[in-house]
Design a protein around this ligand. Sequence first.
Ligand SMILES: [Zn+2]
Ligand SMILES: [Zn+2]
Length: 280
Amino acid sequence: MIEVTLLGTGSPMVDPSRAGPSTLVRAGDQTFLVDCGRGVLMRAAAIGVGAANITALLLTHLHSDHITDLSDVITTRWVTTFTRTPLLVIGPPGTAAVVDATLAALAYDISYRIGHHADITEPPSIEVEEVTDGVVWGRDGVRISVAPTDHRPVEPTIGFRIEFDGASVVLAGDSVPCASLDALADGADALVHTVIRKDLVELVPQQRLRDILDYHSSVEQAADTAARADVGTLILTHYVPPLTPGQEDDWRALADKAFHGRVELGDDLHRVEVTPRNVR
Ligand SMILES: [Zn+2]
Ligand SMILES: [Zn+2]
């Protein structure tokens, strides 16, 4: 069984009840944080997960809403571990530069803490792996593979496929439908996909907001991808505009038009247990 928790179901639009994009995937005794948007560690704390418990941070892309709290993850990991515990970050090319720039912004803080605490003698330890394709993880029964997605002009962007104990979960991140995402998601037990409501966003009078229409999947497009890939469960997140209570059935109905499997959506901390279907 793989456990998926939507830590943050929000987007760049600030919403008082939705943290920024972030999903927690637990497989056996390994815990993967996928993206680290606004408020991620507050949400993780609500289910008993701290920065020290993260096996690896996986980044789908470097848009600000998906990495807002990278600084918090780095610092909190650093000050809450008592032996050298490198934070492993797996992301697209550019990730190392973002990590280095974040550490540069933290340079004063790092010097203050090293100066103040006798048992903190070195800066945060971070190992970055930049990837675009292929198998990136194989440890204690967990396998993670990566493939390019299409969020242009943001590139490169990647999706992750996490497999454990016969179950598989794919995290698409922000993407329009594309062949490489279809292949990554092929036959997966669950697909976590960010979505926007194109029918609502195209009514907004500001062109700057309507600009997002061309590089995100609508609910219907995510459902099409799920159907083409024959996934078991479609998990929707990153709702634009923010999903308000009572609207869930409207979003679900749009997904149901194209996809006939289980559809999951909801508030922050919505949790889905993903088990192998054993059938195609
Ligand atoms: Zn994005
Ligand atoms: Zn986004």
